[in-house]
Design a protein around this ligand. Structure first.
Ligand code: GLN
Ligand code: ZN
Length: 754
């Protein structure tokens, strides 16, 4: 038996590539120095993978920024505005990734999008009518040769032609079909070159196959691959899929002349059944993704071995990861502070290499169940988790319909709240955070390091809250916020106040380019350890007669931005978190906070990749989790929620079903079509579509805000419209924030008076 991985992280176990790239961007090191670091990191990965005995070692999974962007450069799919810049190839590449402003020009970056259902983002390739796809790079060849020089014949990994064409944006009249022949030709050329260099296997990643496809999509896939596979030049081609199953296209895929097919047995809920009910071609090798490439828990060998044994009846099987290990941190070796109680349950990328090796060893031994590796793993999984909390489990068990239903119903509440708050028409508010200046951040850092006392920190934050309230009163805002100065991050802050959460030290995962995130881990059953925000919100409310919004993060967002448990369902974890946040909501209410905002910034993010799974696998618990948080409040308490995007036309009813009283969302960068949908669907929740873009330092004029508001008023009744920026202000400076909000308030006032 052999082992494989789909890909490996590349940012460096201590984020070396991030730091070196940032130095390069600042002009502190040159291209040669940056490339040296990159090479050093690649060789480290290579020797680690070699030492672990991995059979199929990938090459080409390295990237200076993003693998899709690398592919665009390799295929000559680079818009002229970048390729014509008078810069080195690497700098043209970075210009497309990050934008360029300097003596050679001024161009914005390509668009960036989330990579399927992960928190990784790829650069969206742009193809116009003049784009001529042809081989125009050397990365796969250079990296294959580099590894070969270092004693490893790797399996080159490339984003496949089908996924590439599906993910690209077409700015002219031509569409993806028009590029099918040319992209197939380039891949044939790439394969031929790699064959010449000595490659035996090439992996083509086609994750797009786990989405819902049209007949035309499938035709595109088959056309491209019929062409590619009739010119393999003696190289074996592995079609690699991940992030789900390829249910409807399974037989189609199996009928093509691939030499290996990589399937995901973790997220692909139907994968095993597909193989069992349709069989698997004997002349192909099945690359079975049984080790989870997206989560940090140890593999349960008993489960993996059961799957692998079933598959072995059909054909030769290679043991692999479910997707690239890009989505997990590097190594537990860097977690020096985390206790072994936790760590023994974890496997990051480098530990997953060991798991593959152990599974292989177990399967090859005469008495698999008697091997040390198997016994140790079984013993670990037989141990109870230390984080169990029977009381919480019972509470979740006991939930019934009424816990998810807020009474009275919306229309009645709306009347009660209108007469209670007596807000003007088009009430103004913000999304929660005010500028987190370097001073705020460094004061928090000092507190965390013990350089200032808890009292000093608290009085500093209180002073900030006070200034913030005074500022908003002076600006004339109607519904105030406390400013969120006490928060580092909208998930970590809450995680730290919840029992059941744990935090890692170095578990960084690449989010895009040089940006990494360090998601907290849902370890056990979740409960509220202590009040989380009551102190700050009630202090803020004590300073003013205007309503101050309590500010919380919702259960779905908290869960989506964490590493979730695998021993209980996401639904159960979400309900546990919801119950904890619910306690906080009720606590805020009883402490005199009458408006409470529960942010669900990431609600849309984890929608399943196939529409047919949206309800059963996600919305059916995500929306109730949110309802559970607020269903216990009084009719006159107003519940707000916030989303960082406006692309929710397709789940509009579900959003309305969250049963909030007000929802604010991003709208300033979109074309307001969402407002037409709200109107058409008779959306009842009051809405605050953002009137200006906080992601840009630009100060919006009063006039343009008035124009935006007038457009909104054409589609939304004035009684339902709120006026606010499109997201929190924490990344902005005061110098932009204050005049922007001044213009916002004045625009609202002028329209109101009409
Ligand atoms: N209340 C948060 C803030 O204002 C919301 C952040 C977000 O939507 N990402 O910062
Ligand atoms: Zn937001």
């Amino acid at each position: 038996m052999k082992t494989t991985i789909v890909g490996y992280p590349r940012i460096g176990s201590l984020r070396e590539l991030k730091f070196e790239s940032e130095k390069y961007f600042r002009g502190e090191i040159n291209e040669v120095q940056l490339k040296e670091t990159a090479k050093k990191l690649r060789l480290e990965n290579l020797s680690e993978q070699k030492a672990s005995g991995l059979d199929f070692i990938p090459s080409g999974d390295f990237s200076f920024y993003d693998g899709v962007l690398d592919t665009a450069f390799l295929l000559n799919a680079v818009p002229k505005r970048y390729s014509e810049l008078d810069l080195s190839t690497l700098d043209k590449y970075f210009a497309a990734a990050r934008g360029y402003q300097g003596k050679n020009g001024d161009v914005k970056a390509l668009a960036m999008k989330k990579w399927f259902n992960t928190n990784y983002h790829y650069m969206v390739p742009e193809i116009d009518d003049n784009t001529e796809l042809k081989l125009s790079g050397t990365k796969p060849f250079e990296l294959f040769a580099e590894a070969l020089e270092n004693g490893v014949k790797t399996k080159p990994v490339l984003v496949g032609p089908f996924t590439f064409l599906e993910l690209a944006r077409y700015t002219g009249a031509k569409n993806k079909e028009d590029f099918a022949d040319s992209i197939a030709n380039v891949f044939v050329e790439i394969i031929a070159k790699l064959s010449e260099l000595g490659a035996e296997w090439i992996q083509l990643d086609e994750p797009y196959l786990v989405k819902d496809l049209t007949e035309d999509d499938i035709k595109l896939f088959t056309n491209i691959y019929k062409a590619v596979l009739s010119n393999k030049n003696g190289v074996k081609i592995l079609l690699q899929t991940y992030f789900g199953d390829i249910r409807d296209y399974y037989n189609e895929v199996c009928s093509l002349d691939f030499d290996g097919i990589g399937l995901d047995f973790i997220e692909g809920k139907q994968t095993l059944n597909l193989v069992k009910s349709n069989g698997f071609p004997k002349d192909k090798i099945l690359f079975a993704g049984v080790v989870n490439g997206k989560n940090i828990w140890k593999n349960n060998y008993a489960n993996s071995i059961a799957v692998l044994n079933e598959l072995a009846d059909f054909t030769e099987v290679v043991i692999g990861t479910s997707c690239s290990l890009l989505h997990v941190p590097y190594t537990l070796k860097n977690e020096t502070k985390l206790s072994d109680t936790y760590k023994k349950h974890f496997a990051y990328a480098s530990e997953k290499l060991i798991e593959l090796k152990e599974i292989k060893k177990i399967l090859e031994s005469e008495n698999p169940l008697e091997t040390e590796e198997y016994k140790a793993n079984a013993a670990l999984f037989a141990q109870p988790r230390s984080g169990e909390n029977a009381e919480i489990k019972d509470k979740v068990q006991a939930l019934s319909d009424k816990d998810f239903t807020r009474l009275p119903e919306f229309n009645e509440r709306e009347k009660i709240q209108k007469s209670k708050f007596k807000l003007p028409l088009l009430p103004t508010t913000t999304i929660g955070s005010f500028p987190q200046t370097t001073e705020v951040r460094s004061t928090r850092a000092k507190f965390k390091k013990g350089e200032i006392s808890a009292e000093e920190y608290e009085s500093y934050i209180k002073a900030k809250v006070k200034d913030c309230i005074v500022l908003q009163e002076n600006l004339g805002i109607d519904v105030l916020v406390h400013g969120e100065f006490e928060r580092n991050d909208m998930v970590e802050y809450f995680g730290e106040c919840l029992d059941g959460y744990i935090f890692t030290e170095k578990a960084w995962v690449q989010s895009y380019g040089t940006r990494c995130v360090k998601p907290p881990v849902v370890w056990g059953d979740i409960s509220r350890a202590k009040p989380m925000t009551v102190k700050w919100s009630s202090y803020a409310q004590s300073l003013t007669d205007k309503p101050v919004k309590g500010m919380l993060t919702g259960p779905v967002t908290i869960l989506n931005w964490s590493f979730p448990r695998e021993d209980i369902s996401l639904k159960e974890s979400a309900y546990q978190i919801a119950l904890a946040i619910r306690e906080e909501v009720l606590d805020l209410e009883s402490n005199g906070i009458n408006i409470i905002q529960i942010d669900e910034a990431a609600l849309r993010e984890k929608l399943p990749l196939r529409k047919s799974d949206w309800n059963s696998e996600y919305l059916d618990w995500a929306i109730p989790a949110f309802r559970l948080v607020h269903s216990g409040v009084k009719p006159e308490t107003q519940i707000h929620t916030h989303m960082c995007y406006s692309e929710f036309a397709d789940i509009i009813e579900d959003i309305d079903n969250m049963d909030a009283d007000v929802i604010t969302f991003e709208a300033s960068r979109s074309d307001l079509t969402i407002l037409d949908v709200l109107k058409a669907k008779n959306f009842h929740t009051e809405v605050g579509p953002g009137v200006y873009d906080i992601h840009s330092p630009r100060i919006p004029t009063k006039e343009e805000i008035k124009i935006a508001l007038n457009k909104m008023l054409e589609r939304i009744p004035a009684e339902k419209l709120w006026v606010n920026p499109d997201c929190g202000l924490k990344t902005r400076g005061n110098e932009e924030t204050i005049p922007s909000l001044e213009n916002l308030v004045n625009a609202a006032k002028e329209i109101r008076s009409k």
